[in-house]
Design a protein around this ligand. Structure first.
Ligand code: TGC
Ligand code: FAD
Length: 403
């Protein structure tokens, strides 16, 4: 087995590792080593610059085998859900923006094609996406429709009649990870005829360079700065029928993809929390206050103990949900329990860790505040806290309270 990374083992008080197989630990440690070597030395600079070298990184992630990691065939490694979760945790232990890159590529863009695409589409797009030489993005959110994608304005209409008629797309997608650097965008649109004469939704694969497709980068972010975020603009964008994802004609299409990405976040956010906690534990051991190490004060130890308990409970939940996913039993309400818990707990832990670092905690020399800033986005994307509370509430009461 590969030597465990210094960042993976600060606090395994509950023997979490004993719940993993040798293979799972090896995969986790390989991703952690990659993070220590290729990502961690640069991440503060990327965050400060607000720029990520996505086109350099994606092939490296492809070589590591984490793009479409839990998908089968078409160049994808076909690993388990727990393997994928552990990889997300180690990548987000470096930075949420890097896990976003991997999530959007594998769980959103690739999963959409893998799950809802035609055989030709899978063969054409997925091998390059798994290798990281073709970069994807996923456009669901719009300026006026985020939590409520059913309210989207982007529209796809047929140009003429007949099953092979082209589609014309118009609309704007907003807050789209990797949009400005992507080679292909999976874009969701409403349609008046979903195939049986009734209105519905359709997914399309749009390629960079298609007439009527353009993007713009969103700047001045205070969060997820080591990630490229942008807009997609569709102006009379003409696409052949062969670019429509044939497998779905309702919002079930994108929401099925969100289940996958939300699952990765359940693990990923805990990686950020663990990294912040390890950083804080190191710091309090070296910082003297009132003539004693900060680690020797009861208040410090209370903070560390409480954070560890929350992190350990959350790790057990993540593993239980991963095992359920591998058994085909991970339902949307269960995903909501995990996404809500991990993001909330991770944000609290990273903020608390920042307090232990005092003023030193406000620079990019230490990770906790960078993680906390990132987690503000992670709390919002892939379903806000409130969306997941309402999903859990509906499962408990049978009452739909979204609208
Ligand atoms: P509703 O009427 O309940 O359902 C519409 C259709 O969808 C099906 N469905 C699901 N299918 C799979 N998984 C789920 N979780 C599903 N939830 C619903 C449902 O069966 C139905 O299918 P059909 O074929 O019978 O029509 O939907 P609704 O309009 O009431 O919406 C429900 C709600 C609010 C939960 C949903 O809209 C929602 O989840 N909103 C939040 C939107 C969101 O999370 N957006 C994320 C955008 S992507 C992103 O943020 C990427 S961040 C980058 C990164 O990941 O790193
Ligand atoms: P809104 O929906 O306007 O919500 C505002 C507030 O109102 C929230 O607190 C929300 O919980 C609350 N609210 C809404 N409805 C209700 C209700 N019924 N009851 C109570 N409260 C409610 N999207 C993509 O499609 N692809 C991407 O790649 C992508 N990447 C992203 C990257 C970043 C960095 C960020 C920040 C976002 C990204 N998103 C992406 C968009 C993200 O999914 C949306 O921001 C998110 O779904 C919330 O939508 P909104 O921002 O429009 O907020």
């Amino acid at each position: 087995m590969t030597k465990a990374s210094a960042t993976t083992t600060p606090l395994d008080l509950i023997g979490f590792d004993s719940l993993l197989s040798d293979e799972e630990r090896q995969i986790r440690d390989a991703v952690a080593d990659f993070g220590d070597r290729e990502l961690r030395p640069h991440v503060a600079d990327w965050f400060e610059a607000g720029a990520l070298p996505v086109n350099d990184l994606a092939p490296k992630f492809g070589e590591l085998g984490v793009l479409g990691m839990h998908l089968d065939g078409y160049g994808c490694p076909g690993m388990s859900a727990v393997d994928y979760g552990l990889a997300c945790m180690e990548i987000e232990a470096v930075d949420s923006g890097l896990r976003s890159l991997v999530s959007v590529q594998g769980s959103l863009a690739m999963f959409a094609i893998h799950h809802w695409g035609s055989e030709e589409q899978k063969e054409h797009y997925l091998p390059g996406m798994a290798a990281g030489t073709t970069l994807g993005c996923f456009g669901l959110t719009e300026p006026d429709a985020g939590s409520d994608p059913a309210n989207m304005r982007t529209r796809a209409v047929r140009d003429g009649s007949g099953e092979d008629a082209d589609w014309i797309l118009n609309g704007t997608k907003m807050w789209i990870t990797n949009a400005p650097v992507a080679d292909v965008a999976v874009v969701w649109a409403r349609t008046d005829d979903r195939g049986d004469g009734k209105p519905g939704f359709a997914g399309f694969i749009v390629e960079k360079g298609d007439p009527g497709f353009s993007t713009a980068e969103i700047h001045r972010k205070l969060s997820l700065r080591a990630s490229v975020t942008g807009e997609i603009i569709l102006e009379d964008c003409r696409l052949p029928e062969s670019r429509r994802l044939p497998g779905v004609n309702s919002l079930r299409g994108p929401l099925t993809c969100l289940n996958e990405a939300r699952y990765g976040i359940i693990w990923g956010a805990l990686g950020a929390a663990r990294d912040a906690l390890a950083t804080a534990i190191d710091y309090v051991g070296t910082r003297d206050v009132f003539d004693r190490p900060l680690s020797s004060f009861q208040i410090t130890q209370t903070k560390l103990a409480d954070m560890t308990v929350e992190l350990d409970k959350s790790m057990l939940l993540a593993l239980q949900l991963g095992r359920l996913k591998d058994a085909g039993k991970l339902t949307p309400p269960r995903i909501s329990v995990g996404k809500l818990n991990s993001t909330r707990v991770a944000l609290e832990i990273t903020r608390e860790c920042r307090t232990l670092l005092g003023a030193s905690g406000i620079t990019l020399d230490h990770s906790p505040l960078r993680h906390a800033n990132n987690l503000e986005s992670v709390l919002t994307y892939e379903g806000t806290v409130e969306m997941h509370q309402l999903t859990i509430g509906q499962a408990l009461t049978g009452e739909q309270a979204f609208r």
